[in-house]
Design a protein around this ligand. Sequence first.
Ligand code: FES
Length: 63
Amino acid sequence: MYVCICNALTDRQIRDAIAGGAQRPREVYAACNCNAQCGCCTGTMLNILREQPPEADRVAVGD
Ligand code: FES
Protein backbone atom coordinates (compact mmCIF):
# COMPACT_ATOMS: atom_id res chain seq x y z
CA MET A 1 0.00 0.00 0.00
CA TYR A 2 1.29 3.44 -0.87
CA VAL A 3 1.79 5.57 2.24
CA CYS A 4 3.73 8.46 0.73
CA ILE A 5 2.28 9.54 -2.59
CA CYS A 6 4.84 12.29 -3.15
CA ASN A 7 7.75 9.84 -2.99
CA ALA A 8 5.86 6.67 -4.02
CA LEU A 9 6.83 4.94 -0.75
CA THR A 10 4.96 1.82 0.24
CA ASP A 11 4.36 0.53 3.76
CA ARG A 12 6.78 -2.29 2.94
CA GLN A 13 9.58 0.18 2.15
CA ILE A 14 8.82 2.08 5.33
CA ARG A 15 8.84 -1.11 7.43
CA ASP A 16 12.15 -2.13 5.84
CA ALA A 17 13.63 1.29 6.71
CA ILE A 18 12.44 0.91 10.30
CA ALA A 19 13.88 -2.60 10.48
CA GLY A 20 17.12 -1.03 9.28
CA GLY A 21 17.15 1.36 12.23
CA ALA A 22 15.06 4.39 11.20
CA GLN A 23 13.33 5.84 14.26
CA ARG A 24 11.81 9.03 12.88
CA PRO A 25 10.02 9.92 9.65
CA ARG A 26 13.00 11.94 8.44
CA GLU A 27 15.20 8.86 8.95
CA VAL A 28 12.71 6.79 6.97
CA TYR A 29 12.88 9.30 4.11
CA ALA A 30 16.66 9.29 4.25
CA ALA A 31 16.78 5.49 4.20
CA CYS A 32 14.56 5.60 1.11
CA ASN A 33 16.74 8.26 -0.54
CA CYS A 34 14.04 10.91 -0.56
CA ASN A 35 12.76 13.86 1.46
CA ALA A 36 9.41 14.92 2.89
CA GLN A 37 7.41 16.94 0.39
CA CYS A 38 3.87 17.75 1.54
CA GLY A 39 4.14 15.89 4.88
CA CYS A 40 0.68 14.29 4.58
CA CYS A 41 2.16 10.83 5.14
CA THR A 42 3.89 11.68 8.42
CA GLY A 43 0.96 10.64 10.63
CA THR A 44 0.68 7.24 8.97
CA MET A 45 4.44 6.84 9.12
CA LEU A 46 4.40 7.60 12.86
CA ASN A 47 1.68 4.97 13.34
CA ILE A 48 3.85 2.39 11.55
CA LEU A 49 6.83 3.44 13.71
CA ARG A 50 4.73 2.89 16.85
CA GLU A 51 3.53 -0.51 15.61
CA GLN A 52 7.00 -1.66 14.58
CA PRO A 53 9.82 -0.56 16.85
CA PRO A 54 13.27 -0.45 15.27
CA GLU A 55 15.26 -3.67 15.37
CA ALA A 56 17.47 -2.46 18.23
CA ASP A 57 14.44 -1.79 20.42
CA ARG A 58 12.96 -5.21 19.69
CA VAL A 59 16.21 -6.90 20.72
CA ALA A 60 16.27 -4.87 23.95
CA VAL A 61 12.67 -5.83 24.75
CA GLY A 62 13.49 -9.48 24.14
CA ASP A 63 16.27 -9.48 26.73
S1 FES B 1 2.65 12.08 0.87
FE1 FES B 1 4.59 11.83 1.77
S2 FES B 1 5.55 13.77 1.57
FE2 FES B 1 3.65 13.98 0.54
